[in-house]
Design a protein around this ligand. Structure first.
Ligand code: ADP
Ligand code: MG
Length: 759
């Protein structure tokens, strides 16, 4: 090795490595074994990275700028918050002689380039020899030969990282990562010699050279070198110390150029904390706003009507129902408006709890609104409530989108002048034409089908009314903290005592005869069955055709002697209602349906849920559908129909099919093996990721970059507590210690809230 260029630096005590003399070691902290070479970054602390457009960065021309914009990266700040997807450990630096000890491992070697030549053959390749004091090795390139041929000059010092291979006695690396260490240049270890970031990229970014290999790293290196100094923390020092958080600048540096895995872990913790903190701050502010808006209604918390109803019920309330009712009544007594989520698994008996709460409001002279996602459910609730309170001289009305204008206007007038006590309806309830005279309590059933905005719309029909939202969708605690973090939560964690666990089986097409025989037996025993078809095509018309044809087949060929009914989303509301009523009155034995019955439907005598093409449903849907049976003391069954081809091969032979099969089987097996909604929800979150859980239509759902609800629950809890404490203490963020939060996180949150309002 050429000693004019290289001077020896000692590593590991007695091991020496050559490093180019006169070279500045700059940029990243690089670590070889125990030795660290670090140098402060040259940066411009006065400039905020948010003020630097990407087009102003070195190496970014108009094409790159365009592609970066398309990826949502507009400023240097956006790039600083664009985190690596993963890391390559290139921190093991060895001499060429030592390579024999590292066969098959990925290591880094520094040396100087010897010969560069191509080797013809079946696969033409370029071979570059690399030497250091103790030996030589080969770098082999199969692709981009002409590029690499020009990239090396004899005598040039380089660092290379790659997997060590041996063909004979000569060590080699195929397509290693390379850093050229030029004399007079800055010694930049971007691709070797440490823990190397790999940035998420896409086809467009790759096209302009911002690839997963060196391209993105090089750009990021520039951004860090120039603009990291302009980053200011939003937390005060005390806050950082209290929560054991790295300062923002250090965290950003370490996430992009970790000196070691320990600091990388600390950086991750800080940035994950921030994501949860920003979200929690938003929830804390929303909650504050709801609470502080106006004095709400302090109900007496006494209702003779509710007492009479409890006495008349054909069952005793469960302990869990009593407990959540106490929590709800406690809130309703307070002047502060209630914002409570009532969570209880399918069949746990939420409706009666909501009804009792409504009676409390009605007895105090207020109106109540109960909003549900489907017309079938609106009809059902309307009928249930009417039948439960029919001798109680209350006025209950139904409002849905499909009612005729005439029928509607009379009802709307009655609601507006206060003649109606309880209004049950669909989205129609939030239309402008609906006015209440004295709305005191808003109940939203199956909340996960609505967005935050619709909740707010219904609330705004009254003056600070109490709000109770209900969901049967069990969601993991972490997700509930993010989706419903602004609500108080009550949980019904117990089913009525008479319930038996629904038995679930997976059956294949070839088992049809025995499955149908089983359904027939159940019906002979006086029970009823659902047969559900998924939406199978893009076109509703085709789906309808499929469901209708199946219905005809079942009716004509399979169960000609039984009474079948058909229900689907294209039917008019009164037709749907008529079918449901006939099913309820047991004039129909088997209800063939699309997923319109998915949520809320309550027919206690139905004991069989037969789900066709079960592989097409998500876990949440399957759990909801199964929840339509097992709602009385009768033993109920859920049969998941699929095909062997689906279940065992994911429907085909390609790699994608195989990848799918494990998820698909896991879904069906989970349903077969568990009836625990929370367990099913956890599995669903693992399969689908938290972002797309439970068909949630919540607008403003947080998209985390680095945080993960499954893995970082403890950080979420800490960030949430911190955010709520700050807002409780200093709601306007006026204190000096909170100025950074107000000035820097404030705009981010406002931007997020704006997005939530739009969607
Ligand atoms: P969900 O929580 O899924 O909305 P529902 O309120 O529809 O459940 O109740 C399911 C069924 O259980 C209904 O038929 C209801 O009348 C019945 N039910 C509710 N509470 C009890 C109870 N404490 N004991 C027995 N049956 C109950
Ligand atoms: Mg319900």
């Amino acid at each position: 090795m050429n000693d004019n260029i290289l001077e020896n630096i000692r590593f590991h005590g007695d091991l020496t490595y050559p490093v180019a003399s006169g070279l500045q070691v700059s940029g990243r902290a690089c670590r070889f074994g125990d030795i660290r070479i670090t140098q402060e970054l040259p940066s411009s602390p006065s400039i905020a990275p948010s003020e630097i457009p990407v087009s102003g960065l070195p190496g970014v021309g108009s094409r790159r700028a365009q592609v970066l914009h398309a990826a949502g990266l507009h400023t240097a700040e956006d790039l600083l918050f664009y985190y690596p997807r993963r890391y390559l450990d290139r921190s093991t630096l060895v001499t060429i002689r030592e390579l024999s000890l590292h066969a098959g491992e990925t290591v880094t070697v520094m040396g100087s380039v010897g010969s560069v030549h191509t080797v013809p053959g079946r696969r033409k390749r370029l071979v570059v020899t690399l030497r250091d004091d103790g030996g030589s090795m080969e770098l082999v390139f199969f692709q981009g030969i002409s590029y690499w041929q020009n990239a090396f000059t004899t005598g040039q010092p380089v660092a290379v990282s790659g997997e060590v291979q041996f063909y004979g006695r000569k060590p080699s690396m195929v397509h290693p990562d390379i850093d050229r260490l030029q004399e007079g240049d800055t010694l930049e270890f971007i691709n070797t010699g440490g823990i190397i970031p790999v940035y998420p990229s896409n086809a467009e970014l790759e096209k302009v050279g911002l690839n997963r290999h060196g391209g993105f790293r090089r750009l990021m290196h520039q951004v860090l070198a120039r603009y990291l100094g302009g980053v200011t923390d939003w937390y005060a020092d005390d806050f950082l110390a209290d929560h054991d958080l790295l300062p923002l600048r250090a965290a950003l540096e370490a996430i992009h150029r970790p000196a070691d895995t320990a600091v990388l872990d600390r950086a991750r913790r800080r940035l994950i904390f921030d994501e949860f903190f920003i979200l929690s701050l938003q929830l804390a502010l929303r909650r504050r706003k709801q609470g502080a808006a106006l004095p709400g209604i302090a109900f007496r918390g006494e209702s003779p009507t509710a007492r009479r109803l409890v006495a008349q019920l054909p069952f005793a309330l469960t302990d869990a129902q009593r407990r959540v009712l106490r929590e709800i009544v406690g809130d309703m007594r307070e002047e502060h408006p209630m914002n409570r989520l009532l969570q209880g698994d399918v069949g746990s008996g939420k409706t009666v709890v909501a009804l009792l709460a409504m009676l409390l409001a009605v007895d105090d002279g207020h109106q109540c609104a109960l909003m549900v996602p489907t017309e079938i459910l609106a009809e059902q609730h309307f009928r249930t409530i009417t039948s439960l309170v029919d001798d109680l001289s209350l006025s209950i009305e139904l409002l849905t989108g499909q009612q005729t204008a005439g029928a509607k206007s009379a009802r709307l007038a009655a609601v507006a002048n206060g003649d109606v006590d309880i209004v049950v309806g669909t989205h129609a309830l939030i239309q402008e034409s609906v006015q209440f005279s004295k709305l005191g309590l808003v109940v939203i059933d199956e909340q996960h089908r609505f967005g935050v905005a619709q909740r707010a719309d219904l609330r705004s029909k009254g003056t600070a009314p109490d709000v109770l939202v209900m969901t049967a969708t069990p969601i993991p605690r972490t997700l509930s903290m993010t989706l419903y973090g602004d609500l108080d939560v009550s949980v019904i964690d117990e089913l009525p005592a008479n319930r038996k666990r629904v038995r679930t089986a997976i059956r294949f097409d070839e088992d049809r005869d025995s499955v149908y025989a089983f359904v027939r037996d159940e019906i002979s025993a006086g029970n009823q069955a659902y047969v559900v078809f998924p939406l199978v095509s893009e076109s509703e018309k085709l789906d309808l055709k499929a469901a209708t044809e199946e219905y005809e087949t079942l009716r004509g060929a399979v169960f000609p002697d039984l009474r079948l009914g058909l229900l689907h989303g294209q039917m008019k509301a009164d037709e749907k209602d008529a079918v449901m009523q006939r099913f309820k009155r047991r004039e129909i034995d088997i209800l063939v349906s699309t997923t319109v019955i998915e949520v809320g439907v309550d027919i206690p005598d139905a004991t069989v849920m037969l789900i066709e093409h079960a592989e097409r449903f998500g876990l949440a849907q399957l759990h909801q559908l199964r929840g339509r049976v097992g709602r009385s003391d009768k033993q109920a069954y859920c049969i998941l129909m699929t095909t062997k081809r689906m279940y065992f091969a994911g429907g085909g032979k390609s790699t994608d099919d195989r990848r799918q099969v494990s998820d698909l089987r896991r879904r069906l097996d989970t349903m077969r093996d568990s009836t625990d909604g929370f367990h099913i929800a956890e599995v669903d979150m693992q399969i689908r990721g938290p972002g797309d859980l439970w068909g949630t239509q919540q607008s403003g759902y947080p998209a985390f970059r680095i945080a993960n609800l499954l893995e970082h629950e403890h950080i979420l809890v800490e960030a949430r507590d911190a955010a709520f404490t700050i807002i409780d203490d200093d709601p306007q963020l006026r204190r000096a210690a909170h100025r950074g939060i107000r000035e820097q996180l404030g705009p981010r949150i406002r931007a997020q809230l704006r997005m939530a309002d739009i969607s």
